[in-house]
Ligand binder design. Sequence first.
Ligand code: NAD
Length: 491
Amino acid sequence: MQINENLIRSVVEQVLSEVRSKQPSTGTSTASPNASSSAMGRFGLFDNVDDAVRAARTAFEQLRERSIADRRRIIDHIRRISIDNCVELGTMEMNETKVGRLQHKIEKLKTLGEKTPGVEFLKTECFSGDYGLAVIEHAPFGVIGAITPVTHSLPTITGNAVSMIAGGNSLVVNPHPSGKKVAAEGVRRFNQAIHADLGIDNLISLICEPTLETAQQLFKHRSIALICVTGGPAVARAALNSGKRAVVAGPGNPPVVVDETADLNLAARCIIQGGAYDNNLLCIAEKEVFVVGSVFDAMMSAMERAGAVRLSAPEIDRLTQAAMQVVGEGNDKHYAARKELLGQDAIKLAAAAGRSVDPNVELLFGETSADHPFVQTEQMMPFVPFVRCRDFDECVRLAQEAEHGYRHTSIIHSRNVRNMTKMARIMDTTLFVKNGPCMASLGLGGEGYLSFSIAGPTGEGVTTPMTFTRERRCSLIEDLHVLGGASRLSS
Ligand code: NAD
């Protein structure tokens, strides 16, 4: 998708200034959530957890009285706003979070509007036989607490809201502090449209000043029936230890294996498409590549032909110094990506490496050892390390080590079906992609549907409305058998 970022910025700024000039000076209905504290308590915006949960509970009780068709209408509003406002909200997200790429911020919101699973995913199972009927329905949990990441602030909320409301729930969101403004603006627009059409407010409630403490309050709140966290290792651990039922969409470090049978040109194009998308912020994105030695040099040339820029060993050293730092103590000592370069453009990373590249370059790459920080760390930067391996088995062994047991995503480029099966079994990841870019696994250029919460640790996989439902069984007993049973008892 080719979009001129400056053009979009200027169009968006023009639209925003026109909208502002038409806004009334008082009142909450069109005021930005940041403009006035009087907006608090309406259209999903709250300054404390108790009020947000209480309002979301009221909204849930109202939704409970409504039909599935009404849920569909609500979701249609969220989808429509996500598509119609993708440029404005995507630009807002880019300007606030300062990570990733504008065209992908916009594309993510638009695609979410088109590809998120809604009420059509709800299923009812039925058993019928001599003893009557058993119907298994999928009922809502109630109010769900959602913790969302900075990497896709509004997209995660949008996807969560569609799935959770399709399942009949309401939600309270504790967004990442660095993406709280766009989160609040999106939530305000969704609620405003839902309220205008169906009279229900605060179905998606949000803590406007989120902190780790407000996240903890959500985890512990007695009116929160379920939590859904999307984020890195710390929040995944916190959710699993919270004592509450949790859907955990945790971190990944997706490895790619390229064997000697692969179409190297295709592999290179796919690695650039996935690894450079939103400057490598996707949790499913190609983070490190293991290549069979006999095709390693040919693969590096294929990457250059496809438009990526190869860094030399000294350049990689300089980039590593600038981009990585050691954190933690004792056994927990490990490398982590520095904030300053996280999600930044390839040109900025290249400058840190002492290299000047064309601004259109999307991805940098280079040869490293398997224990290099860029291999072992979920870098979220458009530099992808390539490791030369003896053979396919070594590729898979090193890929498994680099994935750290997250069982999130792995990718293979190969025409050898036995190798595909072998790697799939060993990696045992929630998403496994063959001969495509990572996003094919979320229905973008592949089959299936889209969600930005992929629950690996707790096993739900790519979340859908069914993820956010409880199973409920309704039994109807066949009269004749009740009578037959009664007569047997009395005889
Ligand atoms: P992050 O872990 O820094 O933050 C995620 C959210 O958790 C934020 O709202 C943050 O405020 C909160 N948080 C962090 N520590 C917490 C704690 N101890 N208690 C309560 N809340 C806490 O992650 P990020 O940088 O915003 O996002 C990137 C990470 O998210 C990456 O690791 C990526 O793989 C992961 N991610 C996973 C998925 C998935 O579907 N599995 C999707 C997107 C991102």
